[in-house]
Design a protein around this ligand. Structure first.
Ligand SMILES: [Mg+2]
Length: 122
Protein backbone atom coordinates (compact mmCIF):
# COMPACT_ATOMS: atom_id res chain seq x y z
CA UNK A 1 0.00 0.00 0.00
CA UNK A 2 1.34 3.40 -1.02
CA UNK A 3 1.10 6.14 1.59
CA UNK A 4 0.34 9.59 0.21
CA UNK A 5 3.16 11.97 1.25
CA UNK A 6 1.85 14.62 3.65
CA UNK A 7 3.41 16.87 6.29
CA UNK A 8 2.90 14.31 9.05
CA UNK A 9 4.80 11.52 7.27
CA UNK A 10 7.48 13.29 5.17
CA UNK A 11 11.05 14.10 6.20
CA UNK A 12 13.15 17.11 5.29
CA UNK A 13 15.53 14.70 3.54
CA UNK A 14 12.73 13.80 1.12
CA UNK A 15 12.43 17.43 0.01
CA UNK A 16 16.20 17.88 -0.19
CA UNK A 17 16.63 14.79 -2.36
CA UNK A 18 13.67 15.55 -4.64
CA UNK A 19 14.87 19.09 -5.30
CA UNK A 20 18.48 17.98 -5.80
CA UNK A 21 17.29 15.38 -8.34
CA UNK A 22 15.10 17.92 -10.14
CA UNK A 23 17.94 20.46 -10.37
CA UNK A 24 20.58 17.92 -11.47
CA UNK A 25 18.37 16.35 -14.14
CA UNK A 26 18.08 19.78 -15.77
CA UNK A 27 21.75 20.66 -15.22
CA UNK A 28 20.65 23.76 -13.28
CA UNK A 29 23.18 23.38 -10.45
CA UNK A 30 25.12 26.40 -11.75
CA UNK A 31 21.98 28.55 -11.35
CA UNK A 32 21.20 27.27 -7.87
CA UNK A 33 23.95 29.21 -6.11
CA UNK A 34 23.32 31.08 -2.84
CA UNK A 35 23.02 34.56 -4.39
CA UNK A 36 20.54 33.56 -7.09
CA UNK A 37 18.53 31.38 -4.71
CA UNK A 38 18.22 34.19 -2.15
CA UNK A 39 17.05 36.54 -4.91
CA UNK A 40 14.61 33.92 -6.19
CA UNK A 41 13.18 33.52 -2.66
CA UNK A 42 12.65 37.30 -2.49
CA UNK A 43 10.87 37.28 -5.86
CA UNK A 44 8.62 34.42 -4.79
CA UNK A 45 7.79 36.23 -1.52
CA UNK A 46 6.78 39.21 -3.67
CA UNK A 47 4.55 36.97 -5.80
CA UNK A 48 2.88 35.75 -2.60
CA UNK A 49 2.48 39.32 -1.38
CA UNK A 50 0.96 40.38 -4.73
CA UNK A 51 -1.96 37.99 -4.17
CA UNK A 52 -2.92 40.10 -1.14
CA UNK A 53 -2.22 43.50 -2.72
CA UNK A 54 -5.21 45.88 -2.62
CA UNK A 55 -7.50 43.12 -1.37
CA UNK A 56 -9.04 42.54 2.02
CA UNK A 57 -8.17 38.87 2.26
CA UNK A 58 -8.88 37.41 5.67
CA UNK A 59 -8.64 33.80 6.78
CA UNK A 60 -12.40 33.57 6.29
CA UNK A 61 -12.38 34.82 2.70
CA UNK A 62 -9.30 32.78 1.77
CA UNK A 63 -10.86 29.53 2.94
CA UNK A 64 -14.06 30.26 0.98
CA UNK A 65 -12.13 30.66 -2.30
CA UNK A 66 -10.44 27.46 -3.51
CA UNK A 67 -8.54 29.27 -6.29
CA UNK A 68 -7.02 31.89 -3.97
CA UNK A 69 -5.95 29.22 -1.48
CA UNK A 70 -4.36 27.22 -4.32
CA UNK A 71 -2.53 30.32 -5.62
CA UNK A 72 -1.25 31.09 -2.11
CA UNK A 73 -0.18 27.46 -1.64
CA UNK A 74 1.67 27.49 -4.99
CA UNK A 75 3.68 30.58 -4.01
CA UNK A 76 4.46 29.12 -0.57
CA UNK A 77 5.71 25.98 -2.33
CA UNK A 78 7.89 28.10 -4.67
CA UNK A 79 9.44 29.82 -1.64
CA UNK A 80 9.96 26.47 0.07
CA UNK A 81 11.54 24.87 -3.01
CA UNK A 82 14.10 27.66 -3.36
CA UNK A 83 14.71 27.62 0.40
CA UNK A 84 15.42 23.88 0.37
CA UNK A 85 17.68 24.32 -2.66
CA UNK A 86 19.54 26.99 -0.65
CA UNK A 87 19.95 24.47 2.18
CA UNK A 88 21.36 22.03 -0.39
CA UNK A 89 23.76 24.56 -1.94
CA UNK A 90 25.11 25.61 1.48
CA UNK A 91 24.99 22.07 2.91
CA UNK A 92 23.00 23.34 5.90
CA UNK A 93 21.24 20.86 8.19
CA UNK A 94 17.88 22.55 8.79
CA UNK A 95 17.02 20.59 11.92
CA UNK A 96 20.28 21.60 13.61
CA UNK A 97 19.84 25.23 12.53
CA UNK A 98 16.24 25.21 13.76
CA UNK A 99 17.14 23.82 17.18
CA UNK A 100 20.07 26.24 17.59
CA UNK A 101 17.96 29.26 16.55
CA UNK A 102 14.95 28.29 18.67
CA UNK A 103 17.28 28.09 21.70
CA UNK A 104 18.47 31.65 20.91
CA UNK A 105 14.83 32.78 20.58
CA UNK A 106 13.92 31.13 23.91
CA UNK A 107 16.81 33.00 25.58
CA UNK A 108 16.06 36.33 23.86
CA UNK A 109 12.28 36.26 24.31
CA UNK A 110 11.85 34.57 27.66
CA UNK A 111 8.34 33.44 28.52
CA UNK A 112 8.70 35.26 31.83
CA UNK A 113 9.24 38.61 30.07
CA UNK A 114 6.97 38.05 27.06
CA UNK A 115 3.80 36.59 28.47
CA UNK A 116 1.34 39.40 27.83
CA UNK A 117 0.99 39.03 24.05
CA UNK A 118 3.39 41.91 23.42
CA UNK A 119 6.39 41.83 21.08
CA UNK A 120 8.16 44.44 23.23
CA UNK A 121 9.62 44.29 26.66
CA UNK A 122 7.68 46.52 29.04
MG1 LIG B 1 5.84 31.80 -7.99
Amino acid sequence: MNIKPEDNNTTISYFKEEIERFVKERRWTKFHNPKDLIQAIGIEVSELSEIFLFKDLTLGTIHKDKDILENISDEIADIFIYLVSLLNSLNVDLTSAFIRKMKKNEDKYTKEEFNDGSYRKL
